[in-house]
Write a protein that binds this ligand. Structure first.
Ligand code: NAD
Ligand code: TYD
Length: 349
């Protein structure tokens, strides 16, 4: 498979920006990246600063909305797009509970627009890779793992919109023979994650000695994957995954939320002068429909393509905490405007 003009949607977001940086460093990718991002509150051009200069002729940015079908078709034609890696989405469960509409528009209709544009490219189109989540499978009890055969049972407007988009991608393969792959991944963490999500929110609040809001009893379990491991898995699937297939991606790192928050407190205590941050842990009202446990079986990806995560949760978390403490300009940049409005709306003062 040779990709010449790869559209990466949502490339200014957390995972998309890590992916673009990762891909430009790979010897087995020689094509050009066309980053299409509408720059919502979650999209930050600073996540990719300097890239155009460092990789001349290899990277282009379009500020564009995937909900705008005509615009998508024009970019596909102008740039002779022959592959897509689709990250762009509304991605935060709590926001989907407060404002679900944007999730249907971007995640479902936006994906549909891209699939139609890809179909319009005919034989020249080589791959549509769709980046999705393990949340489509719903919630697990204390035992068991999500496999690719687990029935979809999404519980939040976010996961329902991602599930709908997964089904559309699958249908375009079955009906129109569009070359597709789908990956369903567990919770990511690492540099450039917007601090509405658990790990960066807790690191920044622990740094600033602000309350650490833990939902419910803090015993909900997520499987965690360091973002660079996710990028490697996606590129592995894009290169060698069977077309029309879905691959689960996981970190082998199941953790209760409270254990993560305590690890963050203890690590920040070591790195900064003030101590005793566990006192900041504050149990707050639970999220409605809060999934209890996610856990991923990624045996298919390991067996077929040899991928496994490289980072342990402890080493990945330590790197991530160090990054957030060192990159003050970035954290100050995101801690304004839309971020402040959200914190006020969701957590109160
Ligand atoms: P993010 O919220 O950090 O970034 C989303 C990006 O999409 C932003 O740059 C935003 O500007 C852009 N975007 C939003 N709406 C758009 C629109 N209408 N048109 C164009 N661009 C738009 O998200 P993320 O955490 O980087 O997640 C990326 C993808 O990975 C999503 O599809 C998400 O469902 C999936 N995923 C995320 C995780 C996770 O833990 N973060 C885990 C598994 C899967
Ligand atoms: P989050 O990072 O929002 O990811 P997701 O909901 O997609 O799994 O949340 C991860 C877990 O952390 C989830 O169980 C909810 C919990 N959580 C808190 O306890 N407090 C918070 O302030 C946030 C944002 C999340």
């Amino acid at each position: 498979m040779k990709i010449e003009n790869l559209m990466v949607t949502g490339g200014c977001g957390f995972i998309g920006s890590n992916f673009i940086r990762y891909l430009l460093q790979q010897d087995d990718f020689e094509g050009q990246i066309i980053n299409v991002d509408f720059l919502t509150y979650a999209g930050n051009p600073d996540n990719l600063s300097g890239l155009e200069d460092r990789y001349p002729g290899r990277y282009q940015f379009y500020r564009a909305d995937i909900r705008d079908r005509e615009r998508m078709e024009k970019i596909f034609a102008d740039c002779a797009i022959d592959a897509v890696c689709h990250f762009a989405a509304e991605s935060h469960v709590d926001r989907s509970i407060r404002h679900p509409e944007a999730f249907v528009e971007t995640n479902v209709l936006g994906t549909f627009n891209l699939l139609e544009a890809a179909r319009g490219r005919g034989e020249s189109f080589v791959l549509f890779h769709h980046v999705s989540t393990d949340e489509v499978y719903g919630s697990l009890g204390p035992v068991g793992l999500f496999t690719e055969e687990t029935p979809y049972r999404p519980n939040s407007p976010y996961s329902a919109s991602k599930a709908a988009s997964d089904h559309l991608v699958r249908a375009y393969h079955e009906t129109f023979a569009l070359p597709t792959t789908i990956s369903n991944c567990s919770n990511n963490y690492g540099p450039y994650q917007f601090p509405e999500k658990l790990i960066p929110l807790m690191i920044m609040n622990a740094r600033d000695e602000k309350p650490l809001p833990v939902y419910g009893d803090g015993k909900n379990v997520r499987d965690w994957l360091y973002v660079v491991d996710h990028c490697e898995a996606i590129w592995t699937i894009m290169k060698s995954g069977r077309r029309g297939e879905t691959y689960n991606i996981g970190g082998n790192a199941e953790m209760e939320n409270i254990a993560i928050v305590e690890m963050i407190c203890d690590t920040v205590d070591i790195l900064l002068p003030a101590k005793g941050r566990r006192r900041l842990i504050t149990y707050v009202k639970d999220r409605p429909g809060h999934d209890r446990r996610y856990a991923i079986d990624f045996a298919k990806l390991n067996r077929e393509l040899g991928w496994r995560p490289r980072e342990s949760f402890r080493s990945g978390l330590e790197k991530t905490i160090a990054w957030y403490l060192e990159n003050k300009t970035w954290t100050e940049g995101v801690q304004s405007g839309a971020y402040l409005d959200w914190i006020k709306e969701h957590y109160g003062q």
